[in-house]
Design a protein around this ligand. Sequence first.
Ligand SMILES: *[C@@H]1O[C@H](CO)[C@@H](O)[C@H](O)[C@H]1NC(C)=O
Ligand SMILES: *[C@@H]1O[C@H](CO)[C@@H](O)[C@H](O)[C@H]1NC(C)=O
Ligand SMILES: *[C@@H]1O[C@H](CO)[C@@H](O)[C@H](O)[C@H]1NC(C)=O
Ligand SMILES: *[C@@H]1O[C@H](CO)[C@@H](O)[C@H](O)[C@H]1NC(C)=O
Ligand SMILES: *[C@@H]1O[C@H](CO)[C@@H](O)[C@H](O)[C@H]1NC(C)=O
Ligand SMILES: *[C@@H]1O[C@H](CO)[C@@H](O)[C@H](O)[C@H]1NC(C)=O
Ligand SMILES: *[C@@H]1O[C@H](CO)[C@@H](O)[C@H](O)[C@H]1NC(C)=O
Length: 451
Amino acid sequence: MMKNGYSQSQQPKSNMAASNNIHSRTPSPRKLSQSQALFTLSALVYSTIVMIGNFYVHKHLSGQLYDGESLKADFFADGHNNARDEIPSPSYPFGELYDGDTLTSIILQQVQPPVDDSQKPFRLRFKPGSLNLSTQQTLPYCYSDPSIYKQHFPQALHQVTSISDTYMLIYLMLPKSASSTARWVMDNVLNASDAPLSALGYELNEGGDYENYTTLTFVRDPLSRFFSSYDEVFLRYGPWMKKRKGDFFKKYNDFVHPYPYLYENMTDWDDYQDAFCPQSLGKERCTRMETKENGTLALRFERFVWDYDGVSPFDLHLHLQAPYLSNRRTGKPKRIDEIYSTTNASESWKYIADFYGEYIPDDGVLDARSAPRRVNASFVSLRTKQRICQLSAIDYCCLNLELPPECDISESDLNIYCSLEMNKRGEFQIQPWFHPHQVEVSDRPAYLRVG
Ligand SMILES: *[C@@H]1O[C@H](CO)[C@@H](O)[C@H](O)[C@H]1NC(C)=O
Ligand SMILES: *[C@@H]1O[C@H](CO)[C@@H](O)[C@H](O)[C@H]1NC(C)=O
Ligand SMILES: *[C@@H]1O[C@H](CO)[C@@H](O)[C@H](O)[C@H]1NC(C)=O
Ligand SMILES: *[C@@H]1O[C@H](CO)[C@@H](O)[C@H](O)[C@H]1NC(C)=O
Ligand SMILES: *[C@@H]1O[C@H](CO)[C@@H](O)[C@H](O)[C@H]1NC(C)=O
Ligand SMILES: *[C@@H]1O[C@H](CO)[C@@H](O)[C@H](O)[C@H]1NC(C)=O
Ligand SMILES: *[C@@H]1O[C@H](CO)[C@@H](O)[C@H](O)[C@H]1NC(C)=O
């Protein structure tokens, strides 16, 4: 699937910057067997974890609390109440569909872009994931239009960032893209600590305090990530949060949920837990068990997908990846040297640690960090999954990720395409062909219509 998806490179920054090639190193067999051991051990660790519902909520949230004071600030600074700017409607003709190899040659300036006699700025259409470039080669061309994606950028002035001075390494956090694993490795293996970094990424630029540090992040398939984001915000903003005391929870207590009907017939944590883990199964198994929901959570999820406009995330965990990695003033990505895939997070971290001469213990710790999905995706209609892809087009385009099979339908009306343009400064830029506010809602499945 990920034909050209990710560079597995892990090299000193100077080499990376100097070259346009996809660097590739394969891990030694030793690393693979380490990882197999890791999986086995992690299974053992899971089976010994016993946590009941309320404790789990507390644990989960205090984990986030540990994520740092300013992360809370970032988290709650998401201005879901901000009015959105008026956004123009699409006015472009549907041009020829270019193949990725041709566009790659144009981007790399091996071939001239086609000349348009009409003097209109050119806009070349291509399929997500079709460029012959890695994610990290593609992202620098990304343009996240601040007037559209305003609420998807980090909202706080500063972001808590994991920085290792020992290895001159910075992990740029992306929520729901294996970020807790990343923070764990940074802190415990690579001797990192948290420091506030400008959300605009200035310290990473030439002349900045961290100009010589290597920056890395992990990205995730947007469709899979959306399910995970939804579960996270469903948990965080449930009615059960209103009952929790203390300063940290005050913000949740006061939160006016924009989609309150998602919690219909659910007043307490037990109701939610019963939905994904029926009482007959014994509650001690619930935390790590695969969901046993009967479709009630999936139906709520689908309603949200169709009511959500894709540009007004009410929580950090719903932010799209490309804008979250970008500067909200310029719409351009921060300097990121290495991008890895979450499909391979454990392996990649072992590889990175190994590069710096460090070692990740084989105690399953990397794999034990995420809760299983609560919404059973097999109850979610194909059309709803496709809408998620449509709303996430900027991530598919800017990270050069192929669409998942559900959304990769040629000749369909989904119209999930990317656009290569030239901006006013004469630089190439990549955007989705259609932005979330331009995606049709008229074909919402009948059973999701309200009233
Ligand atoms: C894709 O890129 C690689 C490395 O840059 C190159 O070797 C290969 O020929 C390219 N493939 C096509 C079809 O252009
Ligand atoms: C870990 O980082 C701290 C603070 O940057 C530094 O003082 C310490 O020497 C580092 N430890 C090692 C083993 O490099
Ligand atoms: C980065 O490295 C260059 C070259 O070694 C050096 O001149 C510069 O001061 C360094 N920047 C910082 C912030 O340390
Ligand atoms: C809530 O309960 C009512 C009454 O039983 C039912 O009609 C409705 O469908 C339920 N809502 C959800 C979202 O399950
Ligand atoms: C599905 O589960 C919910 C929550 O446990 C329950 O209220 C509902 O009655 C169940 N629906 C069916 C059709 O079994
Ligand atoms: C996972 O990472 C390893 C090491 O970086 C790489 O060799 C392998 O191809 C990756 N697997 C996938 C599915 O990306
Ligand atoms: C989800 O639902 C399908 C269909 O009922 C079922 O086969 C599957 O085991 C369920 N659980 C998960 C985790 O997919």
